[in-house]
Design a protein around this ligand. Structure first.
Ligand SMILES: [Zn+2]
Length: 317
């Protein structure tokens, strides 16, 4: 329910409430600001537009229409993701074709464009026309984490709403979800797109497993590491994600050592304890600094084997 998000971003909440009860714009551009709960809040907004304002949590939880919206089985809602690195004109053309007929299930139709900064020029041109003459009841919702890169011609035609930066603790407490998924989302500031939960579980398991093996093998890890980087952390993006999850892990080991609150790996206290016992605080800080410096390196074109060897060798220095 939208109301559940009242405390998380009061300004956006007010703007959304106001839109629903008074007048909806035909185009919104959300600056997500890497806010981890933004997508959930936007989906709650979408459901109030397409379905209704639910009176109670019970009504909302049992609403079959909202369930279909969540599951992607609702014809009046379409989501568009970048196809590779860009959003292509064909995707916009297809959308407009689908949305040219009258809404059947509701008097509104909504399309959501993820990573709106990735609209290439011809896609943007196609979208411009649609933004100007959207057809009856059609509402555009554009999302970006990079507002400055969205083409001006697009952003000037939308109402722009900016999210706060979220507090990580709020997010964890609020969602009460599988902590591996939480770690993953925080590490990458991404949306959960489709059902990638299993992939995420395996991914975070592998990160934990990697560092467990490293902490008990030290330099010998160079022998074992290949299997991880050949099988699991293959692509550049995955290597970057590996580094980010690892940064969060070592931050938490440091939190553990200092008796601070564990922020991310709450369910893995035994591992935090093990790593903490093996390392003096200055060693942990040193390892964290290595990981932080490697994060910057990943975006450059590096040889994966040498890159990974480098992490272990630098850490063992
Ligand atoms: Zn509903």
């Amino acid at each position: 329910m939208l109301e559940d998000y009242k405390e998380y971003d009061k300004i956006i909440y007010k703007q959304m409430e106001n839109a629903i009860s008074n007048n909806l714009s035909h185009a919104y551009l959300f600056d997500l600001n890497n806010n981890v709960y933004a997508e959930n809040m936007i989906m709650a907004f979408v459901k109030e537009i397409l379905c209704k304002k639910h009176i109670s949590k019970e009504e909302y939880d049992n609403c079959s229409k909202c369930k279909r919206i969540d599951d992607g089985n609702y014809s009046e809602l379409k989501k568009i993701y970048p196809d590779g690195l860009v959003i292509k004109k064909e995707q916009l053309d297809e959308l407009q074709k689908e949305f040219s007929t009258k809404a059947l299930e509701s008097d509104k139709k909504i399309y959501i464009i993820y990573d709106a900064e990735k609209l290439n020029l011809s896609a943007a041109n196609s979208l411009l026309k649609f933004l100007e003459e959207p057809g009856e009841g059609v509402i555009a919702i554009l999302l970006t984490n990079n507002l400055n890169s969205v083409l001006n011609t697009i952003s000037s035609r939308c109402q722009i709403l900016k999210f706060n930066n979220s507090k990580i603790e709020d997010f964890i407490n609020y969602n009460n979800i599988n902590s591996k998924v939480t770690i993953y989302k925080i590490a990458f500031s991404i949306f959960l797109r489709t059902n990638i939960d299993e992939y995420i579980e395996n991914f975070v398991n592998s990160v934990i497993d990697f560092w467990k093996t490293y902490e008990s093998n030290g330099k010998k890890m160079i022998v074992y590491e290949k299997q991880y980087f050949l099988d699991i952390f293959k692509e550049k993006e995955e290597i970057l994600n590996f580094i980010r999850c690892s940064i969060l892990l070592y931050r938490d080991v440091i939190n553990y050592k200092l008796n601070n609150k564990i922020l991310y790996y709450n369910d893995y206290e035994d591992i935090l304890e093990k790593i903490s016992n093996k390392n003096a605080l200055n060693r942990l800080l040193y390892k964290l600094s290595i990981l932080l410096s490697k994060e910057k390196l990943v975006s450059k074109n590096v040889n994966v084997n040498m890159f990974v060897d480098g992490i272990i060798i630098d850490m063992e220095e």
